[in-house]
Design a protein around this ligand. Structure first.
Ligand code: MEV
Length: 442
């Protein structure tokens, strides 16, 4: 079927949008309307709030919101809120938390909290002249011009930390950057940083046009290409770690403590040297990080982009976690670059985000960084623990069993029967279906 483009879709009411979609794409099947409507909130104000988080909204897309309790982090016992659709993630986090609970828990260190952004510009002027202009005029002007924007942030302990001129002309003809670092206190700081950078762009333009050491032709060569924060924040970094004596590494799968430590370290080393494995390894880390990032109203695309860029910072994509087994001590840690906030954005708006932050004891941005690194480390610990012992399918498919049964339309009694049936067996998709069909005489 050929479809026609729509004009002014955003101006249609929610009902009109749905009617148009049904007509155009769904053969006017009114059952789909019910599917959308069953996710509306009956509280009209709450529904409006959700509608206004984004654009062209026609329904809500729910995500399971679970809790992983028993996380001992820097001496505080926390229950982590996790918004994630993948089965096993919350269970894995909870298992790790329990494993480390009586071994001193997780310890974290904030290594740095610096955020970055750039004004990218083209200027056909000798680099040494641009540097002189920057050092003796522009830098001061940039700071002065952003004083009003940075005032509140400076009062909160943040602001512009430094501005440098970066000569990139070896990589791209006439390309320079103003590279600025920022402190953003308890906010993620995207709006603050981008506002400062856009002012940099304007000030740069004004100052270049007045600069006496540049010719008219040189002045006219200026092109501000863009002003934008960088989601790569290698100096906004937190370390989370666990350690214990190898003799205390007791796993219920029957593997010896020494074999567990040896195999675990091998698994981490493989992820440090083999990008194919590192990608899956880090995906598992981000299962833990993203679930808490989403539950606390932060931007998981930003945290993903940053983590993977950091994993590749040496030029080769590597594991985000590391392990040593020296002197009979098992030590496992992550250095996670992550930029998050506990004020601004969704944090003051989304009721569940407010709940998550209250549940976590209203953490500062730095405390939230620590919690996120712990969540990633715990998730990776659980994944590797399964991989080097029973394999992940045993636990994973057990969690997935309910999804399969729900798809088959099983009743509550049938679900109970299947959970019992697979208690001592590894769940496989085809066995569930065969057994289900047998039970229903299909
Ligand atoms: C699945 O979502 C994540 C794992 O594949 C991670 C890993 O292999 O380390 C279990």
């Amino acid at each position: 079927m050929n479809h026609t483009p729509v004009e002014g879709f955003s101006k249609l009411s929610k009902q009109e949008k749905i009617d148009w979609l049904l007509q155009e794409y769904l053969e006017n099947n009114q059952d789909f309307k019910k599917v959308l409507e069953q996710y509306y909130n009956e509280d009209a104000d709450l529904q409006k709030l959700h509608d206004e988080f984004s654009e062209n909204t026609i329904s809500n897309f729910y995500m399971p919101y679970g809790i992983a309790p028993n996380f001992l982090i820097d001496g505080k016992l926390l229950a982590l809120p996790m918004a994630v659709e993948e089965s096993s993630v919350v269970a894995a986090a909870s298992k790790s938390a329990k494993f480390w609970l009586n071994k001193g828990g997780f310890k974290t260190t904030i290594i740095n909290t610096e955020k970055l952004g750039h004004t990218h510009f083209i200027l056909n002027v000798e680099p040494h002249k641009v540097l002189h202009f920057f050092n003796f005029k522009l830098k001061k002007k940039l700071l002065e011009a952003t004083e009003a924007i940075t005032k509140n942030m400076r009062n909160r302990g943040g602001g512009i930390l430094n501005i440098k001129l970066i000569d990139k002309t070896a990589d791209l003809e006439n390309y320079f950057q103003l590279k600025a670092s920022f402190g953003t206190a308890d906010s993620m700081g995207a709006n603050f940083i981008n506002s400062c950078l856009e002012q940099f762009g304007k000030t740069l333009k004004e100052e270049v046009s007045k600069e006496e050491s540049f010719t008219e032709e040189e002045k006219n060569s200026l092109q501000i290409v863009m002003n934008i924060l960088s989601n790569f924040t290698p100096n906004c970094i937190v370390r989370a770690e666990v350690s214990c004596k190898i003799e205390d590494l007791k796993d219920d799968s029957g593997i010896s403590n020494e074999d567990f430590a040896w195999k675990f370290k091998q698994a981490v080393t493989i992820a440090e040297i083999e990008p194919y494995r590192a990608t899956t390894h880090n995906k598992g880390v981000m299962n833990g990080v993203d679930a808490v990032v989403i539950a606390t109203g932060n931007d998981f695309r930003a945290t993903e982009a940053c983590a993977h860029a950091y994993a590749a910072k040496s030029g080769k994509y590597k594991s985000l976690t590391h392990c040593t087994t020296d002197n009979e001590i098992f030590r496992f840690w992550i250095d996670l670059p992550i930029s998050v906030g506990v004020v601004g954005g969704l944090t003051n708006l989304h009721p569940l985000v407010k709940f998550s932050l209250s549940l976590l004891g209203k953490p500062s941005a730095q405390e939230l960084m620590s919690i996120l690194a712990v969540s990633g480390l715990a998730q990776n610990f659980a994944a590797l623990r399964s991989l080097i012992t029973t394999g992940i399918q045993k636990g994973h498919m057990k969690m997935h069993l309910l999804n399969i049964l729900n798809q088959l339309g099983a009743t509550e009694d049938e679900k109970k029967y299947f959970v019992n049936y697979f208690k001592d067996k590894t769940v496989s998709h085809h066995e569930v279906i065969d057994e289900f069909n047998k039970m229903r005489n299909l």
